[in-house]
Write a protein that binds this ligand. Structure first.
Ligand code: ATP
Length: 244
């Protein structure tokens, strides 16, 4: 479970986070939806401990990130940019390398790697070099790296940015699988369709604040609108920086 409490962060002259609070539960996909510049990336960076808030704090499974960043990170996987794989390694070598970086010895890392290869159903590509992989295969490998230490919580910043339809579908299926396995999945997006299709809980944010939150249906009911897109426009007052 990921919680943020009253996060405030000023960057240069901008209040990137301005009293942001919400929770993302286990077994649930939570979407952070907001226009460009809303503060989504700043929020996720703070959750991962890459940025320190001026006020407020983030909590991973009850561990305050600023008090014990290492313990918090053990419970957290960060989905990396799938373009940045080491081309000369196979997924098995790549995942095992990251498992060892997270503190496992060689034999623990081998076991954890076998487990995640099975979990993400990627045995067919596990021993091929990443060079020449399709986007979907890259995505599986990147996600495997992020979850090899079996964190309960996974965060993804605009994971489908630049992906084609097939790769987006692969990622969707992977996220639904993680949800079914009881993980807490938190991702940011400004793509309305993706959020509507995937999320159990949507946190609509603008200017560093939560504007509204609930299931897509609750957001439609709150605003009296028929679609999430219309609800979003009613809540934000504009559709600037949002993709259908
Ligand atoms: N390093 C920085 N220097 C200056 N301003 C910054 C910096 N990082 C973030 N900001 C500002 O903080 C605000 C929030 O940025 P953030 O990247 O968190 O938004 P976002 O919701 O992720 O946007 P997008 O959807 O465009 O990626 C923006 O106004 C942005 O310009």
């Amino acid at each position: 479970m990921i919680k943020v409490h009253n996060l405030k962060k000023q960057i240069a002259s901008v209040n990137a986070l301005d009293g942001l609070s919400f929770s993302a539960e286990n077994g649930t996909i939570t979407g952070l939806l907001g226009p460009n510049g809303a503060g989504k990336t700043t929020c996720l960076r703070t959750v991962f401990g890459l940025l320190q808030a001026d006020q407020g704090y983030a909590e991973i499974d009850g561990i305050k990130v600023h008090e014990d960043p290492m313990a918090a990170k053990q419970q957290l996987g960060l989905f990396p940019d799938p373009c940045g794989l080491y081309e000369r390694l196979t997924p098995r070598e790549y995942i095992q390398f990251y498992a060892q970086l997270s503190g496992m010895d060689k034999s623990q890392a081998q076991t954890a790697t076998d487990k995640v290869i099975e979990q993400l159903k990627m045995a067919d590509i596990a021993d091929r070099r990443c060079q020449g992989f399709s986007q979907g295969q890259r995505m599986k490998t990147a996600l495997a790296q992020a979850i090899v230490h079996q964190p309960r919580n996974i965060i993804l910043d605009e994971p489908t940015r630049g992906l084609d339809v097939m790769s987006t579908r692969v990622l969707r299926e992977l996220l639904l699988m993680l949800k079914a396995q009881g993980h807490c999945v938190l991702f940011s997006s400004h793509v309305m369709q993706e959020v509507a299709a995937l999320c159990d809980h949507v946190v609509v944010m603008a200017k560093g604040k939560v504007v509204a939150q609930g299931t897509p249906q609750q957001l439609c009911e709150q605003t009296g609108k028929a679609s999430l897109e219309e609800a979003f426009i009613a809540l934000i007052g504009s559709d600037e920086g949002i993709a259908a």
